[in-house]
Design a protein around this ligand. Sequence first.
Ligand code: ATP
Ligand code: LTN
Length: 338
Amino acid sequence: MENTQRSVTGKRLYSAVQPTNALTIGNYIGAIRNMVALQDEYDCTYAIANMHAITVRQQPAQLRANTLSVLALYLACGIDPAKCTLYVQSHVPCHAELAWVLNTFTYVGEMERMTQFKDKSAKHADNINMGLMDYPVLMAADILLYNADVVPVGIDQRQHLEICRDIAVRFNNIYSPTFVVPEGVYPKVGAKISDLLDPSKKMSKSSENAAGTVFMNDDRDAIIRKFRRAVTDSEGVVRYDPEAKPGISNLLSIYTAFTGRSIAQAEAEFAGKGYGDFKSAVAETVADCLAPVQAEQARLLSDKQYLNSVLEEGARRAYKVASATLAKVYRKIGFYQL
Ligand code: ATP
Ligand code: LTN
């Protein structure tokens, strides 16, 4: 498989998704959609972050299966392995190696302040392991190894991206310019898709209540049932106002993400209509959009040999870039070279 990638901008882009569960439409709208859209413009590297995934206890068989599912979903959503490097994080040892070095440029206090660490510590109080706390440093290592100029993620990752920039600048100032300082790219609409039953919470693939989460592999009935139960308000008007109407605004974000329409167009379309009609339209749209993706994902999952070939080629390409960055870092910090 030859890499035919010639990015328009000459800039590099990096992103990753954890294979922690089935992916949600929040992952799709907040991250994957942008990863697909930007692949012609940038030289893209996309990882399956299984090393991040183990910061929360995983079932080994499930983690293994989810890894291929995420790859198949990347491909089914339109990420082209001829243009992008697709690989599994643990296949490139440089991630753990650079993370160790970056740990010595990161302060414990900074990590303790991270919102995701606090949230996940509360949720997994019996397993507040060092990896959970160190998660952002491993993420910084991911990004910095590939000299990424841009990183498309959902808004929940902004704090991690900021710390990555701080670490890069800190290192560059102590030694000499080494790391590219990356920019986060957040979608204009849909950077934070909320839980359908509790719009104050982000829709998350590892939420306790699956009824508020629409998974990319949910069937039509499940999708319709979940949208039908979505929390709204008593105003009865389909209008975008995230403060006053978080439930309806969330549904509008989902609808516009899947139809490509603007919020204003969607509001006009449902003017004078009730919430029942609106919810059905959103559900039908999502189900129609997901059906072909699900069929393609299933087809790909039945061809393990092909999926493995994509990952082998991806790991080879990724290692080439990552090992060069790591060698540079080792040289600068004074690790003896043979
Ligand atoms: P977990 O619940 O296991 O922590 P997650 O659903 O947050 O997982 P990640 O693998 O951590 O998913 O995130 C993958 C990408 O999806 C990231 O770029 C993240 O910002 C984005 N993302 C996750 N949830 C949402 C959401 N609700 N809205 C928008 N983007 C999201
Ligand atoms: N932490 C990310 C997943 C992730 C990532 C990355 C995203 C791991 N490494 C590097 C962008 C760049 C998340 O979405 N929870």
